[in-house]
Design a protein. Structure first.
Length: 443
């Protein structure tokens, strides 16, 4: 008698072949308002979500409430004496839809300082985990451990009118964003610094205080955290972490449950791990080429060998963008100001000079240009943040600004539970046969 696993493979593998045939031969047929290829292809390009906070233009990159990154770097308030925008200002822009004043940003900074207190029970929950637990697992658990303090969940239990739920969502969102740097820093220190915890410095802004609590008091690193937290904050609603947060929130789950779910999606290798994959690839290249700074010719040969082995060049390509990611450019400009002679950074720039032409020559790549992940790891390494597995936690803290601002809008607009209609491969085969005038089949 075959095992369940064998029986599953026996049924599923032939169906997988049929599905590939559907996509190849009939992918352009539409079922409802989408094509068969889109239904099987992750709904790529289907406009089926409303996200107020940002949008992604294939040619111009991310726009936060209509503002591109270069304009935001100019117009958003900055820390005293600083050159990088404060993430508090971007949160205000995404939530309100208007550029903030210095006073608006100061209000948010003060609010997040007041709301940053965390119950000891949360730290105990983290301490109960094995210290080798992946930082993203710890981060998600830390968020979930705070869920008991949700004022949104309490308001719903108390029977608050649904039209008023956005007010409680706002309070939870402000509380959660305020606490995230403390949770993330606690995890970092517990895992990588022998649990040497650092108390917050209430004289610092949100991003700089995060850097401080991780043990990085360098002015350059604090400036990098302001930039990093700003440019990674949102990327419209269709990416996995944003969509998951929205989806779970549509069930009227509180922001702790919703954001933790989004972070579990961010932890996936195809979403939030790319920046560390870039660094590993570059360091492997250096080692295989004998150490030191490789020439552009050596880089080009290594890239061709990577492609010939059926692998991708990490940090290059994007699902939507068809130009160099403006977030990459923002980081390159930061590096030119703060670390122009850093060897790893210069290798990143040499890769930028080499890779696009090679990828374009293959004729198989829609976007040969670098994305945000192609540069960020080199900047973090420059300041000594060498623990690659933690990079996604930084990404998560930043992404909270966008996805949680969106949750406030979801509840204020009264958006319903998300429930798209699904179908089966058998239905699609029958549909194809009907379009061709053939007899349908059943399984």
């Amino acid at each position: 008698m075959s095992t369940l696993k064998e029986r599953f493979a026996e049924k599923a593998m032939p169906m997988a072949e049929k599905v590939r045939g559907f996509i190849k031969d009939h992918g352009d047929l539409t079922i409802g308002k989408v094509s068969i290829a889109q239904a099987y292809g992750g709904m790529r390009g289907v406009r089926a979500l409303v996200t107020e906070t940002s949008s992604l233009d294939p040619e111009r990159g991310i726009r936060f409430r209509g503002y591109p990154i270069p304009e935001l770097k100019e117009k958003l308030p900055k820390a005293p004496g600083g050159t990088e925008p404060l993430p508090e200002g971007l949160f205000y822009l995404m939530l309100v839809g208007e550029l903030p004043t210095e006073e608006d940003v100061k209000f948010i900074s003060d609010e997040w300082r007041k709301r940053a207190e965390i119950s000891n029970s949360v730290f105990k929950a983290l301490d109960a985990l094995d210290v080798d637990t992946h930082p993203m697992t710890q981060f998600s658990i830390g968020v979930m451990a705070m869920q008991g303090s949700s004022v949104f969940a309490k308001a719903y239990r108390d029977g608050v009118n649904k039209k008023e739920l956005w007010e409680y969502m706002y309070e939870d969102v402000m509380n959660l964003i305020a606490k995230l740097p403390r949770i993330a820093a606690y995890i970092y220190n517990r895992k990588y610094r022998n649990n040497q915890q650092i108390e917050p410095n209430n004289d610092l802004d949100w991003a700089a205080n995060f850097a401080h609590m991780m043990g990085f008091d360098d002015d350059g690193f604090q400036a990098l955290m302001r930039l990093y937290m700003t440019i990674h904050a949102d990327h419209e609603g269709g990416n996995v972490s944003a969509h998951t947060t929205h989806l779970v929130g549509s069930a009227l789950s509180d922001p702790y449950l919703s954001f933790a779910a989004g972070m579990n999606g961010l932890a996936g290798p195809l979403h939030g791990l790319a920046n560390q994959e870039v660094i590993r690839w570059i360091l492997s290249m250096k080692e295989e080429l004998g150490g030191g700074k490789p020439t552009k010719e050596q880089i080009a040969q290594y890239v061709r060998e990577t492609l010939a082995a059926g692998k991708v060049v990490p940090g290059y390509g994007h699902a939507v963008l068809r130009q160099t990611d403006p977030r990459y450019t923002a980081q390159m400009e930061f590096a030119k100001e703060h670390m122009p002679d850093d060897e790893l950074v210069n290798i990143v720039w040499d890769i930028y000079d080499v890779v696009p032409d090679i990828l374009e020559a293959t004729g198989k790549v829609k976007n040969p240009w670098p994305n945000v992940d192609a540069h960020s790891g080199a900047l973090l390494l420059h300041y000594g943040l060498k623990e690659y597995d933690f990079y996604t936690v930084l990404f998560g803290v930043s992404r909270a600004l966008g996805v949680l601002a969106s949750l406030c809008w979801d509840r204020l607009l009264g958006l319903p539970i998300e429930r798209p209609k699904s179908t089966t491969s058998t239905w699609i085969k029958n549909f194809i046969d009907e379009q061709k005038g053939e007899t349908a089949f059943t399984d």
